[in-house]
Write a protein that binds this ligand. Structure first.
Ligand code: MG
Length: 384
């Protein structure tokens, strides 16, 4: 079953209202979808995280010509073929995101060709449902006195919709952050709460905020520090008792080996559309497992990446293991995204804030070509 065609679709959509986090703000959504076809008609879909136009160029000009004609079912062989071809200049970064999207499409294709869901290809399902947590509470262009109660109200709305766990944004400024942490906890006494700073703090700042998060019973403190300094994570870990999470900016088994072996990370968060794809995420999970760390994927984008993360979590054996384990949670972004909500004729299904892991072949979500093309800025094709 040879790879016969690679197509990419660069999607864009303006947002009704821009939203921001500690680093910058979004006024539009973008995505790069990847469609790989093989001889005989089997095909699969994937998605790349990061700048869609750059991912598209990396796939169409570099990787696609190199994988046309390879056996589509040999996912690990194809992965290493791409990796070796670009290792000298692409060990990390956007080209690894391009590999990720192609790899995800090949896992979808393999599942469809063999008639099994991706979670079975990943080793089997420990669970048929994966609990979700709500990601949201992004900043809007408002005075802080107005923004804070709005964010608390948004968090309460997530709880009312059935989410038992949700994640707020931090890293605006220390005074606002502290007020927000206290206000959300006061409004949601029974919720599992997490907080994400998107690497906005230095160690002294993160220590102050981390102690407050521990006091307020938060479940994890995400990206308190720059991903460039794993040794500082260890320093922070020694100073605060709240669990530390990071990894959405990291890639490959080699990157996670460096990040996790410093000993300061409790939850590893590779993104399957960026870390190297499902093939590499499984290797990252093995590295994390060997160090006693659990993996909860970062998920941001369309239903393709969400489905990949859901299959990954369904097949995840939680360390250290017990009869009644608390499974990893699927990150469910609550902000406006037509590229997630309007382009799938078969989307993921949710019930009581849990994702029902698809049982159909492949990823189990299907793109609606006509709806998708309404958002398509540029389609490209490379064929053998
Ligand atoms: Mg994050």
């Amino acid at each position: 079953m040879r790879i016969s065609c690679v197509r990419t679709y660069r999607l864009a959509c303006p947002l009704g209202e821009p939203f921001g986090f500690s680093q910058w703000r979004y006024a539009s959504r973008h995505a790069l979808l990847v469609r790989v076809s093989a001889d005989g008609g089997a095909e699969g879909w994937g998605e790349c995280y990061g700048p869609a136009a750059v991912n598209q160029a990396a796939i169409m000009s570099f990787y696609a010509p190199r994988i046309l004609g390879l056996d589509a079912l040999q996912t690990d062989v194809v992965w290493h073929h791409m990796w070796r071809a670009s290792l000298d200049f692409a060990r990390r970064g956007v080209m690894m995101a391009a590999i990720s999207g192609l790899d995800m499409a090949l896992w979808d294709l393999k599942g469809k060709a063999l008639g099994v869901p991706v979670s079975e290809l990943m080793g089997g399902r420990h669970r048929d449902r994966v609990p979700c947590y709500a990601t949201g509470m992004y900043y809007k262009d408002r005075p802080e006195t107005q923004l804070l109660p709005e964010l608390v109200q948004e968090a309460a709305g997530c709880r009312e919709r059935g989410f038992r766990a949700l994640k707020i944004k931090l890293g605006k400024n220390l005074a606002f952050d502290a007020d927000l942490i206290r206000a959300v906890r006061k409004a949601l006494l029974d919720a599992t709460l997490m907080a994400d700073a998107n690497h906005a703090y230095d160690v002294p700042e993160a220590t102050v905020i981390g102690k407050l998060l521990a006091h307020e019973g938060f479940a994890w403190f995400e990206e308190p520090l720059s991903p460039e300094h794993p040794q500082l994570y260890r320093q922070l870990h020694d100073a605060v008792s709240v669990p530390l999470a990071t990894g959405e900016c990291e890639q490959t088994r080699f990157g996670f080996q460096s990040l996790l072996s410093a000993g300061g990370v409790d939850v590893a968060q590779p993104d399957l559309a960026y870390c190297g794809g499902p093939s590499e995420a499984l290797k990252i999970r093995a590295i994390a497992s060997s160090l006693g760390v659990n993996v909860v994927p970062h998920a941001w984008g369309t239903m393709l990446n969400l489905a990949a993360a859901a299959h990954f979590l369904a097949s995840d054996y939680r360390q250290p293991g017990r009869a009644e384990p608390a499974p990893g949670m699927l990150e469910l972004d609550q902000t406006e995204n037509p590229l997630r909500d309007e382009i799938f004729r078969t989307p993921l299904k949710f019930e009581n804030a849990a994702c029902i892991v698809p049982t159909g072949p492949g990823l189990g979500v299907e793109v609606d070509l006509i709806a998708m093309k309404n958002f398509c800025e540029k389609e490209e094709e490379g064929a053998a």
